[in-house]
Design a protein around this ligand. Sequence first.
Ligand SMILES: *Cc1c(COP(=O)(O)O)cnc(C)c1O
Length: 353
Amino acid sequence: MKRHNFSAGPCILPQDVLKKASEAVIDFDNGLSLLEISHRSKPFVDVMENARALALELLGLEGKGYKALFLQGGASTQFLMVALNMLEKRAGYLNTGTWSDKAIKEARIYDDIYEVASSKDANFNYIPKGYDIPTDYDYFHCTSNNTIFGTQMKEFPNSPIPMVCDMSSDIFSRQLDFSKFDLIYAGAQKNMGPAGATLVVVKEDILGKVSRKIPSMMDYKVHISKSSMFNTPPVFSVYVSMLTLQWLKDLGGIPAIEKENEKKAQLIYSEIDLNPLFKGFSTKSDRSTMNATFTLANEDLKETFETMVKEAGINGLNGHRSVGGYRASMYNALSLESVGVLVDVMSELERKA
Ligand SMILES: *Cc1c(COP(=O)(O)O)cnc(C)c1O
């Protein structure tokens, strides 16, 4: 039985993409596996170029001075790479949870970091607003969607300095003016493909402004000059990301998937709000359309609820240890029908209790 996969990451991918990916592992190019051809061969270079072009096209950033790269080391490596490439004196970070916290920690290795605002006082259940971004800093860093806490930035500041955003868990899920950002990064394994590749979309003219020496593998300019092929790229992850981006384009791109994502979010949040047995974790206006976090009002029902969840074929609903309770991650490839199955279990619990 195909399970309803609410896992936070690695997470659900389109079934059709998984099928094509598995076929390419056996035979990608005239009897050779995708995993055994040279990354310099034309068939793979085409994959890389196609993936990079699709990323820019879907974000509406073609011809606007941006480059797309598929790098390794996950979003966690971007925490330090951003600082190495952009931090000269001081940067401002918006602290909205565990991932921002980690980004701040890495950047502090290189220079001074100022937290422009933080929601730590309420265990990150909201997004701070009304903060000022100093005009003389090197860049401003924010996290668009807080995967662990289930909050999401609905609006972005008009930053007077370059704006960097960790979009790991909501890239390609909603329409934004992506040209507001100078650097966007995202680990593939939330909304794009298998772990192993990280998408970086960077406006070229913000680079080359720091005085330090940057190791080649950590230097965006090196990766740009080598068309994201400075060393052997994570071929499988790039290929599957390309398939997912193509899937999204065929579906109608971000505007089409955003509608679906909103329907899914509405369905789960209205159940959380109407069902007295559940409590939402995050502040309503900041709720994430990707990760819905909630707890049981009465812990005595834990075993019953979790048995019902399991019997319904639902996977990956456990909350992160820093929030507890449950987290329904509803990335692009999760169907409205799967959310319906979860909501049915929640309302069934209410009838039983
Ligand atoms: C998962 C996640 C990360 C970490 O990604 P890795 O690729 O595992 O390093 C960073 N930021 C956000 C917002 C995430 O959701």
